[in-house]
Write a protein that binds this ligand. Structure first.
Ligand code: ZN
Length: 330
């Protein structure tokens, strides 16, 4: 249903992060510091466990789990003191079961999260010296890790707006051309809905932009009694009178309400999303569009975070494993 209702980028408190992570002044420095797979593994252990390994099988976390040597060397294999199962730090993360080295993963994370418009799987494959299929899979897992749960309702001013993603008429085959395709409600375009509150955006694909679809989303996400700013689109009519609904009259070529509010920030985000998707990713199927929305929302929401903190945050978020099957839907 409303996939995006469940997800938004949560930024873990900086103080919390600072305790566990290394600051990198640049990409070059990150490459210098995280220079072997062993160092990368220790870095991940530090971020995930803070010195006390946690068994993913039974959940116990303490310093007494056994360290197993392979050919006389410790390479991150642990044996649980309680349930006796073996584990490594990558179990349950997006790195689990991957033949790509942890260091290449970290490089991919850095590039992917710091480049404003993202990176294509072709470019990433070239940069890392891996196949395009592997790069595509890595990007899928990365995108997946950029989602995290939202558990508070928005207060203050929230902008709500919708946009349509899809190809342009001039690129379409003659019999597939659609009239008025630059406007709303176009059949072959995919509607995307978004909310922007205190500088953070949350977006997702919706089935349509009718009031029956948008109203429940707004009412679930935004606290009653707070301010909603929209344009005059029908989909926003009939919102609960408990909201202070401010309407921007785009039809009258006005871009702010009488009290000075607008949907300009969210429209700025749409512009970024469209430039990014059409520019780098060329075309995205409706099925994958949600993940691209999350990817661009993540970058947007961390735009004031420096590359180093964003990298650390992305590694922290890298805890969910996504299989090839889930990714491709096959
Ligand atoms: Zn255990």
């Amino acid at each position: 249903m409303y996939h995006f209702l469940m997800y938004i980028c949560t930024i873990k408190s900086k103080q919390n992060m600072k305790k566990q992570v290394t600051e990198f002044k640049s990409f070059a420095q990150m490459l210098d510091v995280l220079n072997t797979d062993e160092v990368c593994r220790e870095f991940l252990e530090n971020i995930r466990w803070e010195g006390s390994p946690a068994c993913p099988h039974c959940g116990t976390q303490h310093k007494e789990h056994y360290k197993l040597n392979v050919k006389g060397e410790f390479k991150g294999q642990y044996k649980c003191k309680d349930c006796r199962e073996r584990f490594t730090v990558t179990v349950g993360t997006m790195f689990e079961g991957s033949h790509i080295s942890l260091r290449k993963w970290f490089i991919a994370i850095y590039i992917f999260s710091s480049h404003k418009k993202g990176i294509s799987s072709h470019q990433l494959a070239k940069d890392l010296g891996i196949t395009q299929k592997s790069a595509w899979f890595m990007l899928g897992r990365l995108r997946n890790s950029f989602q995290s749960k939202i558990n508070v309702q928005f207060t203050g001013v929230t902008e709500a707006d919708e946009t349509f993603m899809g190809g342009k008429n001039k690129n379409r085959h003659a019999d597939k051309k659609v009239e008025f395709s630059q406007g709303r409600s176009v059949k072959d375009k995919t509607p995307v809905f978004g909310l922007l509150n205190k500088g953070k955006v949350t977006t997702g694909v919706v089935t349509d932009t009718k009031a029956k679809t948008l109203r429940p989303i707004i009412e679930e996400m935004v606290k009653k009694g707070e301010i909603i700013v929209t344009d005059e689109w029908n989909g926003y009519k009939g919102l609960s009178p408990e909201y202070k609904h401010e309407v921007v009259k785009h039809n009258e070529e006005r871009y702010v309400t009488d009290s000075g509010l607008s949907t300009n920030s969210l429209e700025g985000f749409w512009a970024l999303l469209k430039r990014g998707i059409y520019g780098i990713y060329h075309q995205v199927s409706a099925k994958h569009l949600n993940k691209y929305c999350d990817e661009f929302a993540y970058r947007y929401n961390t735009r004031e975070t420096n590359d180093s903190d964003r990298f650390n945050l992305s590694v922290v978020n890298a805890t969910e494993r996504l299989t090839y099957k889930t990714l491709t839907g096959k």
